[in-house]
Design a protein around this ligand. Structure first.
Ligand code: ZN
Length: 209
């Protein structure tokens, strides 16, 4: 029986953490595209360097599962934090969104090797450590009109590792990174990918064609 006199001792359960290795054989398949739309232009500002990644803050709106979200910031991980059937992507971009009451949703772009994306290059070219750089970027072209990938419940991947974070992991973004761009990230920052965490029975939805 739950003892409400001992509630000071109730420990916080931390078993729904991110990132995870997505075992595609253990997903719930949904044959439609992910309901994610960037509603209008995101006005972004290359804002600050916390020593581990480039962070770009800004304003913008998105519709995620037909709910309105506000854009907060985006940042980069290399190699990717999420694994798909044990495989990493060379770069993972996290677009952090929240609702008006603070529900977080991170839209992850699993970026493949390919031609150098121009916006990614602009971000690299305008990066100055510990300095805010007011540059406007457009990122709408980073995702297709029809995104596919995964949906699950997890956590922030950096402290305080808060749970209850909704994740949308997009496997077909249109942004790609070149060998030179990836080398730039590796040269300027240390490793910044958290290890995959236990799934602990969570459901992963796989939105696919
Ligand atoms: Zn992240």
């Amino acid at each position: 029986m739950t003892d409400y006199h001992q509630q000071a001792d109730w420990t916080t359960v931390n078993d729904h953490q991110s990132p995870i290795n997505i075992d595609t054989a253990n997903t719930v398949v949904i044959n439609q595209y992910l309901p994610f739309t960037m509603n209008n232009k995101h006005h972004l500002k290359l804002d600050r360097d916390d020593g581990t990644t480039i962070q770009v803050t800004g304003t913008g709106h998105a519709s995620i599962f037909n709910r309105p979200f506000h854009f907060a910031q985006l940042h980069f991980h290399w190699t990717s934090e999420h694994l798909i059937d044990g495989a990493t992507a060379p770069l993972e971009i996290h677009l952090v969104y929240h609702t008006s009451i603070g529900q977080l949703c991170v839209v992850s772009l699993m970026v493949k090797l390919g031609p150098a994306d121009e916006t990614l290059q602009e971000i690299i070219d305008n990066f100055h450590p510990d300095q805010e750089t007011p540059v406007t970027f457009i990122i709408k072209h980073w995702v297709s009109e029809k995104s596919y990938g995964f949906h699950y419940l997890g956590s922030l991947t950096t402290p305080p590792l808060s749970e209850g974070v909704e994740w949308v992991v997009i496997t077909n973004p249109l942004v790609t990174a070149s060998v030179a761009q990836l080398a730039w990230f590796k040269k300027h920052f240390p490793r910044n990918d958290r290890d995959a965490q236990d799934l602990n029975g969570r459901t992963i939805e796989w939105y696919q064609e």
